[in-house]
Design a protein around this ligand. Structure first.
Ligand SMILES: Nc1nc2c(c(=O)[nH]1)N[C@H]1C(S)=C(S)[C@@H](COP(=O)(O)OP(=O)(O)OC[C@H]3O[C@@H](n4cnc5c(=O)[nH]c(N)nc54)[C@H](O)[C@@H]3O)O[C@H]1N2
Ligand SMILES: Nc1nc2c(c(=O)[nH]1)N[C@H]1C(S)=C(S)[C@@H](COP(=O)(O)OP(=O)(O)OC[C@H]3O[C@@H](n4cnc5c(=O)[nH]c(N)nc54)[C@H](O)[C@@H]3O)O[C@H]1N2
Ligand code: SF4
Ligand SMILES: [Mo]
Length: 789
């Protein structure tokens, strides 16, 4: 049977009961005219179009990719692939950047590598000599390989010595990292996908898994369709496919997550659904959260969140009476003003019930991008490599020894700079050299008018490496053509710590080069060396970079020291930590209830969740946390921008199943593009009626920052809330024209899910909006009822 993941997004069901193994189902797609017999080679790797990291093989014929199939033996997907995995790779075969480009006035013109690199290095050297390392910033991605991140981390942190390095992971999973650090002492996903196979309840907090990790939803569906389904709770203002299957759906107002969480914790404590033995032995802070949630009753939260108190009680009851709960948290929680506090409350619920580190009971603070985890681990972004604490001189000394550099070169006098601040420095010009690799901020950052001004201005020289021309390359001074997935070899790690090796399947087009090659050449031309005069970084090939990264990670929570390319080739995905004591990898962390909060181990001493003020080493030490987890919360505060008379509706933004972010790949894949070709705006039926809007009518959405126009989809979204997919980056349709510059005080993750807007109808439409009808965007009425008169 031909696999179809456009109409049949999740594929046929293979139900299985609690504790049994998830059955295999292999999905395969070969382009028209190619059959299995025509394939020259199947090259091993994993899908790079979301954090799920499904194991797959790439079919190659005559030096070109001609298809993919899932790997049945891979622990992540047992053979399955979703729409993007099956069709998205085709986008790499169109419109690629094949030569470097350089700015001549208001145009970019083609040039050669020699000219491009010498221009970059000249600018870099001049600024370093004149202004020093703080003039330099690197803004990277959650989509490169470990080898590339670690190479750049060494260039930035040991060679140049700048703290201004961050990834778009700041927009994506910064809160996952912060919530882990605040609760458990360091980043690192505690649980495993296999927990889904034996849980008795599932809680999805602000996570549309059905569309964003579609194969993970297949895994959940196969439990939900079995004889002993887990109970399912969904917290999302939209009626997603998850919500449709939920035992309890809480369609809360966007921006009110912490109020709900404080009420859920209140309920657990009020009904004494607490594992006191676990709490006493393995946590600190119980009295603190008891006090903070003392008055946060379901009735109190119901008013704020706009759901019923009974609904909140029902959700708490499910959590309190289940033995094995798996919770996931994603962007609905992370891209908000009290993101870290709300996500920590999810950790707290598990700690209160002793539901961590055992089969079927666990937390998945989600990643979104395929290698977001690696940016966090390898030190290209918000931490020193290996989850090391910038505030612990011993950690900096270890790195200095490993790299053979003066510890004072390593920027550990302050926390690594977050992306919001990097862009502010670039705006002011104190950062005069900004290298952007593997991200498209001219579409993905909030308040795009401002971002365009920063990138286009003369105050900062902008280098962009990408596989395509994008909204961001058009504003750059130099553009470097990058090799993409399957055109290079490297590793990346998914949500549940599963490491995959992607082997090179085909050559990059034209003069495109891998990011590792590009970064290394930059370092060589700049003449970066260690104390002995040896080149920094000391390696050339991906495998050498991986070996170097293994040494940096050894003894840290994310220990890769036992992994080899060979082992990853043979076995497919393996979960870190993988070392001498755990040569096959590790399924769950914290099974013994000992956390990474020991003063020598921890990645941070923590923060006040309301203000972001850091906890000092002295205060942390005095608390004698010593390996216990930390229960902490703060009172709820309302979002920065609440609706008012001029902007009466609450905007939120997010994804659709068929597209990846700014669509550089997915819009160039015919099947995916046809399924969701252009922008739409979702409105609830009561709001649409009030505004005189019918399905497909053109509406204008306006915020204090800008406005966009698109056909309206009248969907099952919560009344008062407007949803805009942010994939369509043209300035007349990009959702981020509307969003605001604001962030969570601890994770510094931008508030991309809450802004006040006004909506008006500006023209009649021609038929239904171009939105999918088989997702959260399902119209309230079937298309034949929306036919126009
Ligand atoms: N198809 C597809 N899959 C992807 C991606 C993609 O672009 N396309 N991107 C990947 C990446 S990088 C990421 S980070 C993940 C993101 O994965 P998700 O977090 O699942 O994706 P989003 O659509 O951003 O947001 C999830 C849900 O949050 C809800 N929401 C909005 N505001 C609030 C709120 O205030 N509270 C609550 N409780 N819910 C709210 C939205 O209605 C939405 O359904 O997806 C990954 N997978
Ligand atoms: N309003 C709103 N805004 C959001 C979000 C939201 O939910 N709402 N979500 C946020 C989230 S979670 C994320 S993750 C960000 C994502 O935002 P972006 O990172 O800006 O989005 P992508 O389209 O994935 O951009 C990646 C770029 O890297 C290029 N690329 C791919 N592979 C490689 C490679 O190997 N090397 C190089 N050099 N380039 C490569 C691609 O062609 C593409 O241009 O957006 C954030 N922005
Ligand atoms: S779920 Fe994610 S990793 Fe798996 S096939 Fe789909 S896009 Fe790729
Ligand atoms: Mo993301």
């Amino acid at each position: 049977m031909k696999t179809d993941r456009i109409d049949d997004i999740w594929g046929p069901r293979t139900p299985h009961t609690s504790g049994s193994i998830w059955p295999q189902r292999v999905d395969q797609f070969l382009i028209d005219g190619v059959s299995e017999g025509d394939v020259d080679a199947w090259i091993r790797g994993a899908c790079l179009l979301c954090s799920n990291g499904c194991g797959l093989e790439v079919a190659v014929r005559d030096g070109h990719m001609v298809g993919v199939r899932g790997r049945a033996e891979d622990r992540v997907n047992h053979g399955r692939l979703g729409p993007k995995g099956l069709y998205g790779w085709q986008g790499e075969q169109h419109d690629r950047l094949t030569t470097p480009l350089i700015r001549e006035g208001d145009r970019l013109v083609e040039t050669d590598w020699e000219t491009a690199m010498s221009t970059v290095v000249k600018r870099s050297r001049t600024l370093l000599e004149r202004k020093g390392p703080l003039s330099h910033a690197f803004y990277t991605s959650g989509q490169l390989m470990i080898e590339e991140y670690y190479t750049l981390a060494v260039i930035g942190k040991a060679g140049i010595g700048t703290p201004h390095m961050d990834g778009n992971t700041r927009l994506c999973t910064a809160t996952a990292a912060s919530a882990f650090q605040e609760s458990f002492g360091s980043d690192g996903q505690p649980s495993s996908y296999t927990d889904i196979d034996s849980c008795d309840a599932l809680f999805l907090f602000g996570h549309n898994v059905a569309e964003t990790q579609s194969v993970l939803w297949s895994r959940m569906l196969d439990r939900l369709d079995a004889a002993d389904p887990p109970r399912l709770v969904c917290v999302d203002p939209r009626r997603t496919k998850v919500a449709e299957r939920a035992t309890v759906h809480l369609p809360i107002r966007n921006g009110t997550n912490l109020a709900l969480m404080n009420a859920l914790v209140h309920e657990l404590i009020a009904h004494d659904r607490v594992d006191h033995v676990y709490v006493d032995a393995h946590t600190v802070g119980f009295e603190e959260i008891q006090q903070i949630t003392h008055d946060t009753t379901p009735e109190w939260a119901a008013d704020i969140c706009g759901v019923t108190a009974d609904g909140i009680r029902a959700a708490a009851e499910i959590f309190g009476t289940s033995d094995r709960v798996v919770s996931t948290c994603s962007m609905g929680y992370y891209q908000s003003h009290q993101a870290t506090a709300a996500s920590c409350q999810v950790n707290n619920m598990h700690l209160l019930r002793g539901m961590l580190g055992r089969r079927g009971a666990g937390i998945l603070q989600m990643n979104g991008q395929p290698s977001a985890e690696n940016n966090r681990e390898a030190g290209c972004g918000p931490a020193l490599p290996g989850f090391r604490n910038w505030d612990n001189p011993e950690h900096a000394r270890e790195l200095a020894e490993l790299w053979n550099v003066d510890p004072m070169v390593i920027p550990h006098w302050s926390p690594p700079t977050d992306a919001n601040t990097i862009f502010r420095y670039a705006e002011q010009g104190s950062v005069g050299f900004l290298w952007i690799a593997g991200t498209n901020p001219a579409v993905s950052m909030p308040d795009l008018g401002r971002i365009r001004r920063i990138l286009a201005g003369d105050q900062c020289f902008v280098v962009v490496s990408d596989g395509y021309r994008t909204e961001t390359t058009e504003l750059a001074d130099v553009v470097l053509p990058a090799a993409l997935w399957a055109e290079k070899t490297g590793t990346y790690t998914n949500v549940d710590r599963t490491v995959h090796l992607q082997e090179q399947a085909v050559k990059p087009p034209g003069q495109a080069r891998s990011d590792q090659v590009i970064f290394t050449e930059y370092a060589r031309r700049l003449g970066l060396t260690d104390r002995a005069g040896q080149p920094l970084p000391a390696w050339e090939s991906p495998e050498q970079a991986f070996e170097a990264w293994k040494a940096a990670s050894a003894g840290r929570p994310c220990d890769y020291s036992g992994l080899t390319y060979r082992q990853l080739h043979d076995a497919g995905g393996i979960q870190w930590p993988c070392n001498e004591t755990a040569p096959q990898g590790t399924e769950r962390l914290y099974v013994d209830g000992v956390f990474n909060t020991d003063i020598e181990m921890c990645e941070t001493y923590g923060h006040n969740l309301s203000t972001g003020a850091p906890v000092s080493e002295t205060a942390y030490r005095a608390r004698r946390i010593d390996g216990r987890a930390i229960l902490k919360s703060v009172p709820y505060e309302h979002a920065f921008e609440e609706p008012d008379e001029t902007y009466p509706l609450r905007l939120t933004t997010g994804r659709t199943v068929y597209h990846w972010h700014t669509r550089t790949k997915t819009r160039r894949s015919r099947q995916l593009n046809d399924a969701a070709p252009s922008m739409w705006i979702e409105l609830s039926e009561p709001d649409a009626q009030r505004l005189g809007v019918r399905e497909g009518d053109i509406v204008r959405v306006t915020s204090r920052r800008g406005s966009i126009e698109a056909p309206a989809r009248v969907s099952h979204i919560r009344e008062g809330v407007v949803f805009a997919p942010w994939h369509y980056g043209d300035s007349t349709t990009a959702a981020n024209e509307l969003t605001l510059t604001g962030w969570d005080p601890v994770s510094k993750q931008p508030e991309l899910k809450v802004a006040a807007v006004a909506v008006e109808r500006i023209a009649p439409g021609h038929g239904p909006a171009p939105a999918p009808a088989n997702t959260a965007s399902t119209p309230v009425r079937p298309p034949d009822e929306t036919v126009r008169d």
